[in-house]
Design a protein around this ligand. Structure first.
Ligand SMILES: [Zn+2]
Length: 293
């Protein structure tokens, strides 16, 4: 059976930040306490745990593509991860709208490197998602450099959560999750040491927004996505940078399912972004970052 391929020209937008939260066996990405706390933090009343199929239908209805992934963090969370292999294989049935990223636990060492290679070569993964706070690792620790070396060689981007997280929010000790690991400045080292590795700093990096803007301005290989916050809460310096210095570096991302693309786009429409910059943020920059154009 021939599946319809991704038709870049026909798409209205590419959402670079979408979480698969449930697999085909009904397993969830996180334990229920963390899922519930994050839904409360984001005031999310929509389905908090969509499957690959549900995400494909949601985006196809809207004429948008979505970069989909889970976070593989058993060492950090103690919770079994969803299988990135299964997610990629399920996404392969929806190549018109889904772009699968993989996730490996950096603490798995050499096994993580080998698995990352297999995810790309055998499962068609187009990039990788990391969440330093949830995965409990310092991204600039040289122990993890062989992993970045492999991603650089495979020519696939690495998207890192940066800044505050809704996971663990409002719980005692934030459930042990440390925000420090998600300081984007740690990724400046990685971007410097791997100049041919494309890095995406995910989210307006609260409380390190200025750092994120500096890094994305200074390093040709660094992008930033706008996911996880409604555009109405974007700090003014981010809006200014998106309109000028960073207009080719800023990417539309919602962080679905905690924020829906509909809500994000409605608020983005009201943001003071130049008309000629809107299509860059919504689609063109992502197409370049992903190597689609
Ligand atoms: Zn994320």
């Amino acid at each position: 059976m021939d599946l319809p391929a991704l038709d870049l020209a026909a798409l209205d937008a590419i959402d670079v930040h979408v979480h698969v939260e449930q697999d085909a066996h009904g397993c969830l990405s996180l334990d229920q306490e963390l899922i519930d706390a994050s839904a409360k933090y984001f005031h999310a009343d929509q389905d908090r745990t969509p499957t690959v199929e549900a995400i494909a239908a949601h985006y196809r209805e809207r004429n948008m593509a979505a970069v989909v992934f889970t976070v593989d963090a058993p060492a950090g969370t103690g919770h079994p991860a969803l299988s990135s292999e299964e997610i990629a294989d399920a996404a392969a049935a929806h190549p018109d709208v889904l772009i699968p990223f993989g996730s490996v636990d950096p603490h798995a060492g050499k096994a993580a490197v080998a698995r990352a290679r297999r995810l790309v070569t055998d499962h068609g993964v187009r990039g990788f998602k990391f969440h330093p706070s949830l995965q409990a690792f310092e991204p600039n620790d040289m122990r993890f450099y062989p992993l970045y070396e492999a991603l650089q060689e495979l020519r696939v981007p690495a998207l890192f959560h940066t800044g505050q997280t809704g996971i663990g929010a409002g719980l005692p000790g934030g459930r042990g999750i440390k925000l420090r690991y998600s300081n984007p400045m740690l990724l400046d080292d990685v971007a410097a040491d791997f100049p041919h590795l494309t890095i995406v700093l995910a989210h307006p990096s609260v409380p390190w927004q200025d750092e994120a803007i500096s890094i994305a301005t200074h390093k040709a290989n660094v992008y930033t996505d706008l996911s996880g916050w409604s555009p109405k809460y974007f700090p003014p310096q981010l809006v200014r940078a998106a309109n000028s210095l960073l207009k080719r570096k800023v990417l539309f991302g919602s962080d679905f399912p905690v924020i829906t693309p509909d809500r994000w786009l409605a608020d983005f429409a009201k943001l003071e972004i130049k008309d000629e910059v809107r299509p860059l943020i919504l689609k063109d920059n992502a197409a370049r970052m992903l190597g689609l154009s």
